[in-house]
Design a protein around this ligand. Structure first.
Ligand SMILES: C[S@@+](CC[C@H](N)C(=O)[O-])C[C@H]1O[C@@H](n2cnc3c(N)ncnc32)[C@H](O)[C@@H]1O
Length: 446
């Protein structure tokens, strides 16, 4: 049954969407030079083979309009509103809500964008999902082909629940330092992107997102296919840190987005959640012991003893994985990737390079499985290559371990992961990772 909104409201609201889109920036060009894009940003936008997916249990969403290859560009979108850079969460959220309110009041904001923003909340635009769907469809259609409709600017009374819309749809940008491979928190900014707001969540996403700062102060969001995707398959992004335990991921999703995740990973991990929690607590305390020992400048033999305990904590996790069906063990194991990371760093620090390499290899395999084509895959591919290089550099020339091919292969694998995430081929990789590659070049010359 049609609601009031769809009976009385559809025409003028959809017309308003057209009008606003006509006035909005040009969409449709992907940057030719991705290296430059991530340095300078991009003023325009691009909408690839993406279509709206009708309402289901997770509400509206996006789907592949055709078969997609991994690494393929899906969306390039300018931020609609931004909060302050590097601020603490409550302050950043409050300011983002204010920024959205200003956009909604501003006569210069296209009416269509205002309508789309209102429709980001499932309760808005009438209780009719069909209406929301038509608004988004018009928006996507416009982004694709610049269609225009009849003129109208009457959006009706302003009833936005801006705070709730921002809570469920804002995202924090991530800027990875190519040198440290760590997130730069001072660069992070909370923002809202209208189309990207339609990606639903899965703890095993098939879409990866990166960001670039535009010269005008806005932030460009880039979404790419993380894996090969079939036509009509839903496009899903991971809203939370993918290597937390299932209970941690679920409680974050509930607190921030108001739903309990039932994705394939959660369904696999949930029956063993309590045991995973205990194992994670134990692992974490061993990692803390290592940090404390390092902080106190412990002797190498003491450090080696702490590393041994970390190894035992991970061995207990591997034993627990043995009780699961063989084809789900690795996925379950991905909840503890951070432990392998800790062991790899610690082993590298005390000169146990063979063990460090093995641990980085595990990190990479787990990242590829649970977060394919993500920053994490790239990060561990780089860390592995760098650890191999340091190992070669640490040994006397006649005892150099492994042949060069192993290191070259690790480099190629990092370059390929970079390309899937950031595009632009080898030159872009070499420019972005310049300093990070110094040890690797030195090791290749040995
Ligand atoms: C960024 S919006 C995504 C678009 C949204 N589905 C809509 O209809 O506008 C986030 C909201 O979508 C819903 N959602 C996203 N992923 C979900 C999932 N895996 N299961 C259930 N609800 C989900 C939740 O209501 C969440 O607060």
């Amino acid at each position: 049954m049609a609601s009031n909104a769809s009976r009385g409201g559809r025409d003028f609201r959809v017309a308003a969407l057209f009008e606003a889109l006509r006035a909005s920036e040009q969409q449709g060009d992907a940057p030719a030079d991705w290296g430059r894009f991530y340095e300078e940003g991009h003023p325009g936008g691009f909408l690839g083979p993406v279509a709206l997916r009708g309402a289901a249990s997770a509400g509206l969403g996006l789907r592949a309009a055709r078969r997609l290859r991994r690494g393929e560009l899906l969306l390039l979108e300018r931020s609609w509103a931004l909060g302050p850079r590097g601020a603490e969460v409550p302050e950043a959220s409050a300011q983002l809500v204010s920024a959205c309110c200003r956009k909604l009041r501003d006569a210069a904001t296209p009416q269509l964008e205002k309508a789309v923003f209102r429709c980001l909340h499932p309760g808005e635009g009438g209780r009719d999902e069909g209406f929301r769907q038509s608004v988004f469809n018009e928006y996507l259609r416009h982004l694709k082909c610049g269609a225009r409709g009849s003129e109208s600017s009457d959006l009706g009374p302003v009833t936005e629940r801006v705070g709730a819309i921002v809570k469920a749809n804002s995202r924090k940008t991530e800027h990875w330092d190519p040198w440290t491979l760590l997130l730069r928190d001072t660069e992070a900014v909370g923002g809202l992107w209208l189309v990207a707001s339609l990606f639903n969540h899965s703890c095993l996403g098939n879409v990866v997102i990166t960001y670039a700062n535009n010269k005008d102060g806005s932030v460009a969001l880039v979404a790419r296919a993380a894996v090969d995707i079939e036509k009509d398959e839903e496009l899903l992004h991971t809203y939370v840190y993918p290597f937390d335990t299932v209970l941690e991921r679920r409680s974050r999703l509930q607190a921030s987005y108001g739903f309990s995740c039932t994705c394939t990973r959660c369904s696999l991990e949930a029956p063993h959640a309590e045991a995973a929690g205990r194992l994670a607590d134990n692992l974490e305390s061993e990692l803390q012991h290592f940090s404390a020992a390092r902080g106190m400048g412990a002797r190498p033999s003491d450090m080696a003893a702490v590393v041994k305990k970390m190894r035992s904590a991970l061995a207990r996790i591997d034993d627990a994985a043995e009780s699961l069906p063989a084809d789900s063990r690795q996925m379950w194991r991905s909840q503890f990737l951070w432990g392998d990371h800790g062991l790899a760093m610690a082993a590298q620090e005390v000169g146990l390079f063979a063990e460090a390499v093995e641990a980085f290899e595990r990190c990479l395999a787990l990242a590829r499985l649970a977060a394919p084509s993500s920053e994490y895959e790239l990060k561990y591919a780089m860390m592995l290559a760098q650890c191999l290089a340091r190992w070669r550099l640490s040994a006397a020339p006649k005892n150099v371990p492994q042949n060069q091919e192993v290191l070259k292969k690790a480099m190629r694998s990092a370059e390929e992961a970079h390309d899937r995430l950031y595009g632009g081929g080898g030159r872009h990789f070499l420019t972005r990772m310049k300093r990070r590659l110094e040890d690797i070049y030195a090791a290749l010359r040995r």
